[in-house]
Design a protein around this ligand. Sequence first.
Ligand SMILES: Nc1nc(=O)c2c([nH]1)NC[C@@H]1CN(c3ccc(C(=O)N[C@@H](CCC(=O)O)C(=O)O)cc3)C=[N+]21
Length: 297
Amino acid sequence: MTTIIDGNEIGDQITEGVAACTDTLVSEGVTPGLATVLMSDDGASETYVSMKQQACEEIGIEGFHYEIGADEPAETLFATIDELNADPTVHGILVQMPVPDHVNKRDVLERIDPMKDVDGFHPENVGRLVAGNARYKPCTPHGIQKILAETGVETEGKDAVVVGRSDIVGKPMANLLIQYGPGGNATTTVCHSRTDDLAEKTRNADIVIAAAGVPEMIDGSMLSDGTTVIDVGINRVDADTDKGYELVGDVDFESAKAKADAITPVPGGVGPLTIAMLMYNTVKAASLQSGVDISLP
Ligand SMILES: Nc1nc(=O)c2c([nH]1)NC[C@@H]1CN(c3ccc(C(=O)N[C@@H](CCC(=O)O)C(=O)O)cc3)C=[N+]21
């Protein structure tokens, strides 16, 4: 029997622990604050940002939201970031990616105070992660670690294949998998669009993490029996539904399910964890900035 991993349930469990931490902070006079900044007209980005704000509200985190027109100069965004860096009620800052082409992504990431960088994308936080001394683990890879732990998937000594080398998922995921300790100690291969024989790599894997952003590119024929399959893709493809699209992952679910020991669905897999871990990083940020101790889940 293949386990269909319930990301909503695991996310809820973590969120409960994060909410308890929030209560502790509030009782000490510190209300965790998260600012989201959206500089885009993209519908999906709007949806994701509003999901993040909704999660804040449910947990008791104070949400601040800023919208900047997609044709405004980069300086408008930088000025907003500077303001949020200086605001003591804001512990975490998230600038929704992608930003418009005329805005340099790296300049944005480096502008955010590393103590408030709850995405974990600032070079200082990336460096700490690689050094094995993470401050804020990037939300999606951190959430995947939680999924593997909750599902009882051992990583130590196993062959993990990460498909995709993005700064926000592939690279940090591979780094977490090779760290010492629980959730790490995996023999990790990072594949990407220039990989010669992808199927040969994925067939050799105990754990496949699909994060290439290509709809249904990993199918059952590329997997061996008993693999754990984690699908990070959230692709909107045209479909005859009310919304005019449906969500599909980077994995062809049905054929992969036939081979997998455990698999995450889309939606309801990795996505909810990404949000839960953002909340986690926000209360951690509030704790670090206030000096109030909490015990994170
Ligand atoms: N600075 C920054 N940080 C991010 O963390 C970030 C970002 N930019 N840009 C875009 C991506 C995307 N992302 C998602 C998070 C949750 C779901 C999620 O919960 N999805 C639901 C379905 C949602 C739906 O119905 O569309 C699910 O998978 O069950 C999706 C996407 C965070 N991102």
